[in-house]
Design a protein around this ligand. Structure first.
Ligand code: AP5
Length: 283
């Protein structure tokens, strides 16, 4: 699954490029701005609530956008991947997105950051404001506020994704098509990394000296969607008097590892019962 975030300030070209990337790589394009504008034009309760924030160039509250994204992900579980456009925009949103994707075992592969000069951003937005229905593009003060909100609330995420080694910075000045070529080159590198990783995995599995380390286990997990690692770790237990029941359910895995580690038990007159269910592996 290829999950991407297209990132950048207002006017960076996120929407323009996300549509093209979604088409080329068969991804679902999730734009929080577009979803909100749709709600607004249908005058739903959500749209009415969001309008007052959007008109001022402020961010719509996290719980509203996180709920919208969650719903869209759940409605498209069989997708080849998602391209998130305009989301996340706060650290809280980034945390929620990570949690949602972690739960579904489909992490973000890369964050594509479009770097564009400030003056160019303003020019693009004001140009669009001349003939589009977007009220937030018509007023220089609102545009200035959107850029300031980006700087204070959204740009700190760059550091967050850099630390996660997911940040890819792309020069966002120039013609739409040339920027798209730059983005596509980055996306294709991501695919190459994936196949290299898978071919390494095959070699290491053949090697007699092969020792399984945490790192290689992670690689396996990323390379092969059907490969599942299950870790159950129960820490040290100290009971003076009582009963300890640990029950771990049945595992049915197509391909993967199950590792159960039980810590040290220090018991004094206590009963311990550990039950681990059936394991069924295809591979
Ligand atoms: P949203 O719709 O996301 O607006 P934005 O981030 O301000 O982004 P834009 O759509 O203005 O810019 P873009 O980077 O997508 O560029 P685009 O391709 O459109 O959000 C609107 C509002 O909704 C927010 O202010 C907020 O209130 C709310 N909201 C949305 N998401 C939220 C969230 N997660 N949390 C809270 N609130 C949220 O291009 C811009 C223009 O430039 C176009 O006219 C395009 O044709 C032109 N252009 C693009 N590329 C080029 C190029 N290379 N050369 C010349 N022109 C170009």
């Amino acid at each position: 699954m290829l999950n991407l975030i297209i990132f950048g300030p207002p006017g960076a070209g996120k929407g323009t490029q996300a549509i093209k990337l979604a088409e080329k790589y068969e991804l679902i394009h999730l734009s929080t701005g577009d979803i909100l504008r749709k709600e607004l034009s249908s005058a739903t309760a959500l749209g009415v609530e969001a309008q007052k924030f959007m008109d001022e160039g402020e961010l719509v509250p996290d719980e509203i956008v996180v709920g919208m994204i969650k719903k869209c992900i759940e409605e498209n579980e069989d997708a080849k991947g998602f391209i998130f456009d305009g989301f996340p925009r706060t650290t809280a949103q980034a945390g929620s997105l990570d949690a949602m994707l972690e739960e579904k075992k489909m992490p973000i592969k890369a964050v594509l950051f479009l770097e564009v000069e400030q003056e160019e951003l303003k020019t693009r937005l004001l140009n669009r404001g001349k003939d589009s229905g977007r009220t937030d593009d018509k007023d220089e003060e609102i545009i200035a506020n959107r850029l300031a909100v980006y700087l204070s609330e959204t740009s700190p995420l760059l550091e967050f994704y850099e630390k996660e080694e997911k940040l890819q910075t792309i020069h966002g000045m120039g013609e739409v098509e040339e920027i798209f070529v730059r983005l596509s080159e980055v996306v294709e590198t991501l695919d190459e990394e994936k196949s290299e990783c898978c071919s390494n995995e095959d070699e290491s599995e053949k090697s007699e000296d092969y020792e399984e380390t945490e790192e290689t286990e992670e690689e396996k997990c990323e390379c092969d969607d059907s490969y599942v690692n299950v870790y159950v770790e129960i820490g040290d237990v100290k009971i003076t008097n009582g009963r300890l029941n640990i029950e771990i359910g049945d595992f049915e895995l197509k391909k993967g590892d199950v590792k159960v580690r039980l810590g040290e038990f220090e018991l004094d007159g206590a009963d311990v019962k550990i039950e681990i269910g059936d394991f069924e592996f295809e591979d």
